[in-house]
Design a protein around this ligand. Structure first.
Ligand code: PSV
Ligand code: MN
Length: 424
């Protein structure tokens, strides 16, 4: 089994003394490092089952081989990541890209790797083989009631599959929208979508949550029926207490102040979860923190401050997930980098002295407010993140172990150079 070949303890032994020196330095600089390390250890980010293969654009896709050929192998890959960093203890499925052949067996398999099932994702943005009616002109907002019914039935089916896996939430992302002015009546499209979401909501088990994810554009380019956080918030407020808005970092128009959106949704008790990624021009699903790490930090600042204000559990009360497309990197390496970036940003936010920040704000000391934020942002939190991993039995440097164990080469040998993962 590939997991046994990782040799994490040998690597940790070799890297330990250099790590301890770095850790000692930062521990001398900050307050209560232990409580930060404990929080980092607890924080888990779900890995999407559709991002374990190579992504692509409409111009092409360039896989490097060894991609998981079925759900079992996807679970194996997430298990591998989790063994390396002990921070990816959940997997999020997209139906029908990943229909569990035998839910009880799949649940047991995941548990063997220490994984649970995060949000279930429905898919009414593509037509599937054998599907009766097309989603070309939308699903829940469609003018034809029969199409809406088909999409509702699919979402209910996804909930049923999720119950068997032990998931506790459904994420609905709709591609519904229009590409040309005049194509849809905004008001009627909203109302039809709301009615359909209400129907789906009524099938949620008592302890389930429903996340309504918004996106500014793509695949439609003129309007999207759940296009921004305002529209998502309208839906979830009307739906009820089990419905929440989901923020995907890549789903905003350029320069949107995402941290402010997060702060207000959290205040309204309507922030449900997160899809982490990064982007430069649009929703290009790049590695978390690769383009705008300061934005990621500012988002975490609002999350930490907002969750503390409501005495929320950072690790458990919101759904954390990566949603990216790995076009030119090895997907597993990219996911390791993404989880690392999330933990670094979270750790930096935990360093912020919120009491002093509030004082600076009260005195309109803009310079001091910036100093406080940037002091935390410019602190190298990597030794804290590595220490949290080390305490959890994972690798001090997961990427190094991944490369040293020649994981990709072994996967290509085992699964072939032409294996193809379902997903993006
Ligand atoms: C849409 O762009 C999205 O962010 C949604 O979360 C989908 O479920 C996912 O990407 C995969 O297409
Ligand atoms: Mn998303």
């Amino acid at each position: 089994m590939l997991l046994d070949e990782l040799n994490i303890s040998q690597h940790n032994q070799d890297a330990l003394s250099a790590h301890k020196k770095r850790l000692q330095f930062i521990c001398g600089e900050i307050n209560d490092p232990d409580s930060i390390i404990q929080k980092l250890e607890k924080f888990q980010v779900a890995i999407p089952s559709w991002a374990l293969g190579t992504g692509g654009t409409r111009f092409g896709r360039f896989p490097r081989g060894g991609e998981p050929r079925n759900l079992e192998e996807k679970i194996e890959d997430v298990g591998l990541l989790h063994a390396l960093n002990r921070s990816g203890g959940a997997i999020s499925l997209h139906i029908p890209w990943d229909i569990p052949p035998d839910p009880a067996m799949i649940r047991r398999l995941a548990a063997q790797y220490g994984l649970r099932f995060d949000a279930m994702n429905s898919n009414t943005f593509q037509d599937q083989q054998g599907q009766e009616l097309s989603y070309k002109f939308g699903s829940l907002h469609h003018t034809d009631e029969a199409v809406r019914k088909q999409a509702i039935a699919h979402n209910i089916d996804v909930i049923t599959q999720g119950i068997e896996l032990g998931s506790e939430s459904l994420t609905v992302w709709l591609a519904d929208g229009s590409s040309f002015p005049g194509q849809v009546n905004f008001r009627k499209a909203f109302q039809r979508t709301l009615d359909a979401l209400q129907e789906i909501y009524s099938h949620l088990p008592q302890d389930w949550k429903m996340f309504v994810e918004y996106k500014a554009y793509e695949p439609n380019f003129y309007s999207t029926t759940v296009g921004d956080w305002g529209q998502s918030l309208l839906y979830v407020q009307k739906l009820g207490p089990k419905a929440f808005t989901l923020v995907d970092l890549g789903h905003h128009l350029p320069n949107a102040n995402i941290e402010q959106i997060v702060a207000l949704l959290l205040m309204e008790k309507k922030l449900g979860g997160f899809h982490f990624n990064d982007s430069k021009y649009g929703d290009d699903d790049l590695t978390v923190g690769s383009i705008k790490p300061y934005q990621l930090f500012l988002v975490f600042n609002e999350l930490v401050e907002g969750m503390n204000a409501r005495s929320m559990d950072h690790a458990l009360d919101l759904a954390w997930m990566i949603d990216a497309s790995h076009n030119v990197k090895d997907p597993l390496e990219d996911l390791l980098q993404s989880v690392e970036a999330i933990l670094i940003g979270y750790a930096q936010a935990l360093l912020i002295d919120h009491r002093r920040l509030e004082l600076a704000r009260a005195e309109n000391d803009v310079v001091q407010a910036q100093e406080i934020l940037q002091r935390a942002f410019r602190t190298d939190t990597r030794p804290l993140v590595a220490e949290a991993r080390f305490r959890a039995g994972a690798a001090l440097d997961p990427l190094h172990v991944f490369r040293e164990a020649r994981v990709r080469e072994k996967l290509v040998k085992e699964r072939g150079s032409k294996s193809f993962a379902t997903g993006l």
